[in-house]
Design a protein around this ligand. Structure first.
Ligand code: SAM
Length: 277
């Protein structure tokens, strides 16, 4: 059994040198070097026996090793060919690996049968947090996710939709998941150290999750690009949002001058439908 591969800056540097690899900033390659955080991520996943776990960006295989050791059936998606080859060498057929973009394949090779519980545990590359999340929410929903994200992304994803700092993805996520807990993680837990601190976010699927159809997602994203404009201006002549805004205003007694960033979650959810499991 391969345990965690690189849990100190020195071991990580040595491994990178052996692989002839320079961490690529564009791909968010900040590798975990703190054993406590790796253990905590696995513990927070509360895995069931033989559970399928999707890991985005296995990198040097630190978290992957801990998940395999915990008995998970890991499906990993890694975009970097050199790191993907390393994961293949390290785990062989103990990990189902897809070399590719997790935004295109948010679950990698995992294809959970209808209703089959599975989880996601990942130290997400910061650049794909929102697009990967949106892609994930349009497919089969994991029962639980343990995600390392930049603190600012965690704040945005879990912010109240009517509080001024949420985004469109916050609305989609909060309609399907509730945040169970969050844990601060110092930038010193990664090599190379990123410029900002991170947060370990635990998300649990709601009992009755809601899903936004494609057209509704596009529409919500569109109004959030002009979040400070009055909604009544933005939705004029919009076949989907026009009638939605009329109904939402009446039901929730909303001011006609409201902006997208001040609309409550329940009002947005009138654009969503129950997720069928
Ligand atoms: N899991 C490792 C760890 O915790 O040490 C590495 C995490 S590192 C923050 C992010 C990883 O995601 C890198 O290995 C990077 O190459 C990979 N990655 C970046 N963009 C990706 C994408 N679009 N699809 C799949 N993997 C990606």
């Amino acid at each position: 059994m391969n345990g965690p591969a690189a849990l100190s800056p020195a071991a990580t540097r040595a491994l990178l040198e052996r692989l002839g690899h320079h961490p690529r900033k564009k791909l968010g390659q900040n590798f975990l070097i703190d054993g406590n955080i790796v253990r905590k991520s696995v513990a927070l996943a509360a895995l069931r026996a033989d559970e399928t776990v999707v890991e985005i960006g296995p990198g040097l295989g630190t978290l992957t090793g801990a998940l395999v050791a915990a008995g998970a059936r890991v499906h990993a998606v890694e975009i970097d060919p050199r790191l993907a080859a390393h994961i293949g060498d390290m785990f062989g057929d103990r990990v189902e690996l897809l070399q590719g973009d997790a935004v295109d394949r948010p679950l990698g090779t995992a294809a959970p049968a209808r209703g089959e519980p599975f989880s996601v545990v990942a130290n997400l590359p910061y650049a794909i947090t929102s697009p990967w999340m949106e892609a994930l929410l349009s497919g089969p929903l994991p029962r639980r996710m343990v995600l390392m994200v930049q603190k600012e992304a965690a704040d945005r994803l879990t912010a109240r939709p009517d509080g001024g700092s949420a985004g469109a993805v916050s609305i989609f996520l909060q309609s399907a998941y509730h945040g169970e807990s969050r844990h601060a993680v110092s930038r010193a837990c990664f090599y190379p150290a990123p410029a900002v601190d991170s947060t370990l976010l635990v998300l649990v699927r709601r009992a009755a999750p809601l899903r936004f159809p494609r057209q509704a997602r596009d529409a919500v994203r569109r109004v959030f690009t002009q979040r400070r404009k009055q909604l009544q201006t933005l939705v004029k002549n919009d076949a989907l949002l026009g009638p939605w805004w009329e109904g939402a205003r009446e039901t929730y007694d909303l001011s006609p001058t409201l902006r997208a960033e001040a609309v409550p979650l329940a009002a947005w959810q009138r654009l969503a439908s129950p997720y069928e499991t």
